[in-house]
Design a protein around this ligand. Structure first.
Ligand SMILES: Cc1ncc(COP(=O)(O)O)c(C=O)c1O
Length: 435
């Protein structure tokens, strides 16, 4: 690790050839196919701590961390032991278990703006259900989202706007009826003037606004706090519910996510990723007056065979118990910053048009040479340099998610020693692609 060699992908290539006959594109989620960076996707055999190994026995420092859930790294002993001991008693009952209470108590004890939660099995499900709830509570049907925010593969949210004025959405996916897309308005991020105009104009029709308060699916588009504050104030003033999609940021930038970091409280919040400790768990939550609309208490139907699954609950309990310890998030941020600052200093000294943007233990590689990129349109769409860096890093034993629009994640298993090693590798890889 650390010295450049072209990695052997023979076994991965063989597995990929087979998987392409089984799954569209050979994968069960599109980004895994390495389409944007090119080459054969690596088939991963195992992970431990900050490291993963592929089927060809190449070892990597992993900054993808399963796209965010693994904030304690791979194969964390607390999570492993709790999952195994629960599994020994059976995998699923379709009936309540005490583990659901335990995970809820952990969350509700630390996040005061939600009274009740509902667990389900993915971030997409959480968002889909939160929107149904907002529509059920308000009796209105339109929703507003922001360009560059991803909220899972919910029909009404696979929508992007044309540039220019606010538009009725047109879908970014085939298979979404126009009528669904027409219920979604789309605005650019961080533009208070357009936001105000739109909220006022559509106040009678808008059930909710949904935002990633720390947009992290299209680069890391850190918003001005004043924009988020306006959003909160105006939604309250105009009777529109505000949903924070904290599937990435929840339990990542702070236990209470972006809401805690910014001190801004949504009406409904969605969680996923970290919540499940690497197993499939999502959740949405709100105050009692909103959650009382959810079935069986209220008229908004939502259900799931494996919702609150005991094994998944156990992973979440073990992981969040560690995250809940004093100093956990400060330590995560400090270690991440150490690496990011050192790489940025190197890039600056060499005058590379490159900077890493960071918040907490999330980072994004920006090849735009300007730090405050706050909306998706401002991102340089030419990913050539990212793709070169991705390959140069893989060849030196560092694994990033295979897309320049995606962020990287640091886990508690990424020690200072490992991050120092990664820093050297990054600097060397940057020198290679800029030479
Ligand atoms: C902010 C956000 N919301 C929702 C989702 C969808 O979550 P899932 O992939 O678990 O369905 C994602 C996934 O990346 C996400 O980043």
């Amino acid at each position: 690790m650390g010295t450049k060699t072209t990695i052997n992908r023979a076994v991965s290539a063989e597995l990929f050839a087979k998987s392409k006959t089984y799954f569209p594109g050979g994968v069960n989620s599109p980004v895994r196919a390495f389409k944007s960076v090119g080459g054969t996707p690596l088939f991963i055999k195992k992970g431990n701590g900050a490291y993963i190994w592929d089927e060809d026995d190449n070892q990597f420092i992993d900054f993808c961390c399963s796209w965010g859930p693994l904030i304690l790294g791979h194969n964390n002993p607390e999570v492993f032991n709790k999952v195994v001991s629960t599994m020994a008693n059976g995998a699923s009952f379709g009936a309540p278990t005490r583990l659901e209470n335990e995970l809820a108590e952990l969350i509700l004890g630390r996040i005061p703006f939600i009274d009740k939660l509902r667990f389900l099995s993915s971030g997409t499900e959480a968002v889909m259900s939160a929107i149904r709830l907002a529509r059920g509570v308000t009796g209105k049907s339109k929703i507003l989202k922001f360009e560059g925010c991803y909220h899972g593969h919910v029909d009404a949210l696979l929508v992007k706007a044309g540039s220019g004025l606010v538009t009725l959405g047109s879908s970014s996916s085939a298979g979404v009826p126009e009528a669904f897309a027409n219920e979604t308005l789309v605005l650019p991020l961080n533009d208070s003037t357009r936001l105000r105009e739109t909220l006022v104009k559509y106040r009678e029709e808008l059930a909710c606004v949904i935002i990633e308060p720390i947009p992290a699916n299209n680069g890391l588009l850190l918003q001005d706090k004043t924009f988020l504050t306006h959003l909160r104030e105006w939604c309250t003033e105009l009777g529109i519910l505000l949903i924070f999609d904290e599937v990435i940021s929840g339990f990542r930038v702070a236990f209470g996510g972006a809401a805690e970091v910014y001190g801004i409280i949504p009406d409904i919040v969605t969680y996923g990723k970290i919540l499940g400790g690497g197993l499939p768990v999502g959740a949405y939550g709100a105050k009692n007056e909103i959650m009382s609309f959810v079935s069986p208490d209220g008229p908004v139907y939502q259900a799931g065979t494996l919702s609150g699954n005991p094994v998944a609950m156990s992973a979440g309990i073990a992981q969040l118990t560690v995250c809940n310890q004093p100093g956990f998030y400060e330590d995560q941020e400090a270690r991440t910053k150490l690496m990011v600052d050192a790489i940025n200093a190197h890039a600056k000294s060499k005058e590379y048009n490159f900077e890493i943007v960071q918040i907490g233990s999330i980072f994004w590689l920006s090849f735009d040479g300007k730090k405050r990129i706050q909306d998706a349109d401002a991102i340089n769409p030419d990913m050539t340099k990212f793709n070169q860096l991705h390959a140069a890093l893989l060849n030196r034993g560092v694994y990033l998610g295979p897309s320049g629009y995606e962020v990287g994640f640091v886990s508690s298993a990424h020690t200072i020693e490992i991050l120092t090693q990664a820093t050297h590798v990054f600097c060397e890889a940057l020198d290679e692609i800029y030479s």
